[in-house]
Design a protein around this ligand. Structure first.
Ligand code: FAD
Length: 467
């Protein structure tokens, strides 16, 4: 039986980053991955495929040009599922290649198979051909991620009723589509297909959506979705879903009936811990298959077993999973692990994008912090004119007492890139003066920071000397 310093189960963002970190510290590391290729949900069914699909949809539909040439403008008249898949396969190949190279360069060993505990330090790996290998290590990092929640009442068939993994395999684009679940994944796919001119209906039992995002941004976003004829049925639930003659019929709790070409069920994911034989390690998952950990070290209740990434729950992002994996691996091999900066960005790659970092206006009010907001619309920037943008909003929130930036919230083109300027100012404790006094490239969308900064500064007054 082989002995390692660190065993990593899962090669998604948390596992990959953890494995490479431990290897860079000179440790002997083995990654166990049950998937055909390394990369995890992030590379194969989640982050990268959905973002590639989005990019293809926006490019082929001519979405970004419609401000100039009208809503009927198309780059390609008939967009097929094959068009979408082609770019996806090329992108995924590149991602896997880079990852395999990183493993090779850092001498991280990896083995394909399903891992489960035999005892707290030993795991059994069942390979595809049935061969069983036992491996053991001083420390173990569980980075097994999640899989789509598939309730029994949904008649999944992989063609007309699908989960978000199966959506990537569709053979033709639906003319109409119902998305159940107005969480981040549901919203992203609903808006991507809407950009492809599929008639999309988004249903969620909750009467609000994206509650963790600043309300003004969500309102602007919802307005844009309705403006392009997406149906939002919030506070409504699909009681019955039946497949019939190649279509799907949904009956909602208010009696409403919807017939559609395709249903995407995107309401929740479960931690992929069911096959790990956790009791053999002295561990137990919660009702959603998730593991609880110390939020600073990512150690589970068994001190040498760590867990990171989506399997530990919120925020369940590839970006945060990577950092968690890195910290867990450092602690596991006895290296110092610094706590990450307080504020991290949240990116929602819907059409339009939303990105946010720091406190929302609602949170600032809850904490009774005196504040002022600055707003800029992309149509006020020269770059926005050049790009034909008539939407896009950037909102900055400042403390009236310290003049520090408390939150940055953006909806519109490039939001997920633009947010990092605000993130840097936030974590470096910058004030409104940063935006007023610094020169920004012109013409850029980043100029919106200057406009929003000035907007707030004009109302806050120049009281810098009092600081
Ligand atoms: C549709 C979609 C879109 C997303 N978009 C974004 C986005 O835009 N930005 C963002 O930051 N995040 C996004 N995410 C979230 C992101 O994909 C996850 O946060 C990230 O993949 C979690 O990484 P992880 O390392 O925890 O695990 P995962 O990426 O889930 O990988 C876990 C790996 O463990 C393997 N595994 C599980 N059990 C075993 C076992 N017993 N033995 C061996 N191997 C095992 C699995 O096969 C899998 O490869 C998206 C997710 C989805 C589903």
């Amino acid at each position: 039986m082989d002995q390692f310093d660190l065993l990593v189960v899962g090669s998604g963002p948390a596992g990959r980053r953890g494995a490479i970190q431990a290897a860079k510290l000179g440790k002997k590391v083995l990654v166990i991955e049950q998937g055909k290729r390394v990369g995890g949900v992030s590379v194969h069914t989640g982050t990268i495929p959905s973002k590639t699909l989005r990019e293809t949809a926006l490019n082929l539909s001519g979405w970004r040009e419609r401000g100039f040439y009208g809503r009927a403008y198309r780059v390609k008249q008939e967009i097929s599922a094959e068009d979408l898949r082609r770019r996806l396969l090329i992108t995924l190949d590149h991602e896997v290649e880079v990852l395999e190279h990183q493993f090779a360069r850092n001498r991280v060993q990896h083995i394909r198979g399903r891992a489960s505990f035999i005892d707290p330090r030993t795991m059994q790996v069942v390979k595809d051909d049935g061969e069983i290998v036992n491996v053991s290590a001083a420390s173990i990092l569980l980075a097994v991620g999640t899989k789509p929640f598939r309730p029994d009442y949904m008649p999944f068939d992989g063609k007309t009723v699908l989960d978000s993994d199966e959506l990537l395999e569709i053979e033709q684009l639906p003319r109409s589509m119902v998305v159940i679940g107005a969480g981040v994944i549901g919203i992203e796919y609903a808006t991507i297909f809407s950009a492809l001119d599929t008639q999309v209906t988004l249903i969620d039992p909750k009467s609000t959506m994206l509650d963790f995002i600043d309300k003004e941004i969500v309102e602007d976003f919802i307005y844009q979705l309705r403006d392009r004829n997406m149906k939002l049925l919030l506070g409504q639930k699909a009681d019955k879903v039946v497949r019939q003659d190649g279509k799907v019929e949904l009956t909602l709790d208010n009696g409403r009936r919807i017939v559609t070409d395709m249903v995407l069920f995107a309401a929740g994911r479960m931690g992929a811990t069911d096959t790990l034989n956790l009791p053999a390690a002295g561990l137990e998952a919660d009702g959603r298959g998730r593991l609880s950990v110390n939020p600073e070290t990512f150690a589970t209740s068994v001190p040498h077993i760590f867990a990171a990434g989506d399997v530990v729950g919120f925020p369940s992002l590839a970006s945060t999973s990577m950092e968690q994996g890195r910290i867990a691996a450092r602690v596991a091999v006895g290296a110092i692990a610094k706590e990450p900066p307080k504020y991290f960005p949240y990116g929602i790659y819907a059409v339009p994008e939303i990105s946010t970092c720091g406190l929302s206006e609602e949170e600032v009010k809850e904490r009774h912090i005196p504040y002022e907001c600055g707003i800029a619309r992309f149509r006020e920037t020269s770059r926005g004119h050049i790009m034909g943008l008539d939407t896009g909003l950037l909102k900055l929130i400042f403390s009236l007492k310290t003049r520090r930036l408390l939150g940055v919230h953006i909806v519109g083109e490039g939001a997920t890139e633009l947010v990092h300027i605000g993130q840097a100012v936030l974590n470096l404790k910058g004030t409104v003066e940063y935006f007023v006094e610094n020169t920004f490239n012109y013409p850029t969308l980043a100029e919106a920071y200057k406009i929003a900064g000035l907007d707030a500064w004009n109302r806050m007054g120049d009281i810098k000397s009092e600081l």
